[in-house]
Write a protein of this length. Structure first.
Length: 123
């Protein structure tokens, strides 16, 4: 089997989530490589300075929190399904928003992160 559910988060992912929940921009940014990218809501945010601006406005600024529901290791990449909450616009979103975050980790830092609102597959 190529994927397995795990109970212990890799240290950098645990730190990322703790920093998000603490609304700490610099701690969040410190988890990324200098050339990392984030794909959030179909927007690509490249490099640590752009990530800092995004985090300050849309994560820390909107008081986003993450409550981990499931963690999967897929060939070393980490998928975290978490309930998100915060002060962002919740129009047309479900009462309980669960997003999947796909982390690629290189040398102990986040090299890429894609956050996706998935729908159940019919397959």
């Amino acid at each position: 089997m190529s994927s397995q559910e795990i109970t212990t988060l890799p240290a950098v992912v645990a730190e990322y989530i703790a920093a998000v929940n603490a609304f700490d921009t610099e701690r969040i940014v410190a988890t990324f490589t200098p050339d990392a990218y984030v794909n959030d809501n179909r927007r690509e945010i490249w490099g640590v300075e752009a990530i800092r601006r995004f985090v300050a406005r849309e994560i820390v600024g909107d008081h986003v929190t993450m409550e981990v529901r499931e963690v999967i290791d897929h060939h070393g990449d980490i998928i975290v399904r978490a309930r998100y909450d915060g002060d962002y616009d919740k129009s047309n979103l479900p009462d309980e928003l669960v997003l999947s975050s796909y982390f690629a980790i290189r040398d102990g830092k986040i090299a890429s992160l894609a956050v996706i609102f998935n729908e159940p597959s019919p397959y």
